[in-house]
Design a protein around this ligand. Structure first.
Ligand SMILES: *Cc1c(COP(=O)(O)O)cnc(C)c1O
Length: 412
């Protein structure tokens, strides 16, 4: 059995003792990518907020089809900036999927607005537009959607709801860089798109990093100040450019203190390089997923989400469901075999957020998410990274089949 590292709260990153581990990191770097970082270390004059940041932002706009992109230090802070730009305040309501990583909801809770949990769609297993519609009230100000696991949310009905009710839409794209909905990139459809380049994500700018995409010019104008302590040039040109001081510090949104959410130049240089390889990384993940899907196609006890033809799902994670109808065994019995006997580092991810002490203690422990409640407790994640060898994929398929067979025999 793998020993859990002391600093590891996720269960990922534990390698020792497993036949198939779950690395903390999704993929490695090319020599050219390493060189781009070293070049900044050797040669850059400014190490933050300079030309490599501008270049990364321009590259991201071009890649994503977004009018504005801002490099930030992490996606939680991108979501925080989006929450600030939604002008949420106590008394407002914001609809957020309950099935996601906690960082989707925390920044919105921080505004003092009330979090209203949305359920998942039973087929796509990401947020259900019908359930969002059911939860809109006169107090609703914003809808947060999460393209969870890399699977695009059905955005047309979400955008129609937003137009009808005058709501802002935030896309949490932390797990979906390069994912597409009807030919459009995720993060280019709503008002804001929040991308993560954390170490475990499809691409990573040295462990932390993010891009915030912004649709409207009037929102975009506020980001540079809000992300950097309100600093900006003085409005009028000055002959004595040292008078009264180098730069000005002003307010962007009445009553809202600015932040410092900047991303360094080395990370931005690396981000530009990684964008060129993102489609290849995603394709590798998609190919791996397809091999497992084909492998378990004749195993009705293990199911996956349905992927419509009009989306590109970029497989940030690989979540399955144990369909135990008629079998006297649970997901945990299945994981007992996979983890303890077959030594496959399967995990359970994304506890419904209303079940966590944090959200319960902050007053958001209530839920009305029947689909998630019925589905979640039998879901689990297989080990997943970019570049899983074919024989390991075959081993995972064989292990799933054998585990299910044994549980069925035992249950008879
Ligand atoms: C990783 C993640 C975040 C937070 O990203 P950080 O860059 O680590 O702050 C937010 N939402 C989802 C869905 C994530 O997976």
């Amino acid at each position: 059995m793998g020993k859990r590292a002391a600093d590891d709260a996720s269960g990922r990153g534990v390698v020792a003792g497993f036949a198939v581990p779950f690395p903390a990191r999704m993929s490695g770097y090319t020599e050219a990518e390493i060189e781009a970082v070293v070049d900044v270390m050797r040669n850059a004059d400014a190490l933050t907020q300079s030309k490599r940041m501008k270049q990364f932002e321009a590259d991201f706009c071009a890649y994503n089809g977004s009018p504005h992109a801002f490099a930030l230090d992490n996606c939680t802070n991108s979501l925080r900036l989006a929450a600030i730009l939604c002008r949420l305040k106590p008394g407002d309501e914001v609809i957020i999927p309950a099935y996601t990583f906690c960082a989707t909801a925390i920044p919105f809770g921080g505004t003092g607005a009330r979090i209203v949990w949305a359920d998942i769609d039973p087929e796509r297993r990401v947020v259900s537009p019908e359930d969002v519609a059911r939860k809109i009230t006169p107090r609703t100000r914003a809808i947060v959607v999460v393209h969870l696991l890399g699977m695009p949310v059905d955005m047309d009905p979400i955008m129609a709801l937003a137009r009808k009710h005058g709501l802002r839409v935030v896309e949490d794209c932390a797990q979906a860089p390069g994912a597409e909905y009807k030919g459009r990139k995720c993060g280019s459809i709503g008002d804001f798109g929040c991308f993560s380049f954390h170490g475990a994500k499809n691409i990573t700018t040295l462990g932390e990093g993010s891009i915030l995409t912004v649709a409207r010019d009037e929102d975009a104008q506020l980001v540079p100040g809000l992300r950097h302590n309100g600093c900006r040039p003085f409005a009028a040109p000055r002959t004595r450019d040292w008078v009264p001081a180098m730069s000005n510090v002003d307010l962007d949104i009445p009553g809202v203190w600015p932040q410092n959410f900047c991303l360094g130049e080395a990370q931005c240089a690396l981000g530009s390089m990684l964008l060129k390889r993102l489609d290849t990384i995603n394709q590798t993940l998609m190919d791996q997923a397809q091999k497992i899907r084909v492998g378990i196609a004749d195993l009705p006890e293990i199911t996956m989400h349905t992927i419509p033809n009009d989306v590109k799902h970029v497989y940030h994670q690989f979540v399955l469901h144990f369909n135990n109808n008629g079998i006297h065994a649970t997901r945990d019995d299945l994981l007992d075999i996979l983890v303890h006997e077959k030594r496959i580092r399967a995990l359970v991810q994304y506890y419904p957020l209303y079940r966590y002490p944090l959200f319960q203690k902050m007053g958001f422990g209530e839920q009305d998410c029947p689909v998630l409640e019925k589905w979640w407790d039998n879901s689990f994640s297989l080990p997943w990274w970019c570049g899983i060898p074919d024989d390991t994929l075959a081993l995972l398929v064989a292990a799933l089949k054998d585990s299910v067979r044994r549980l069925k025999e035992k249950g008879r």
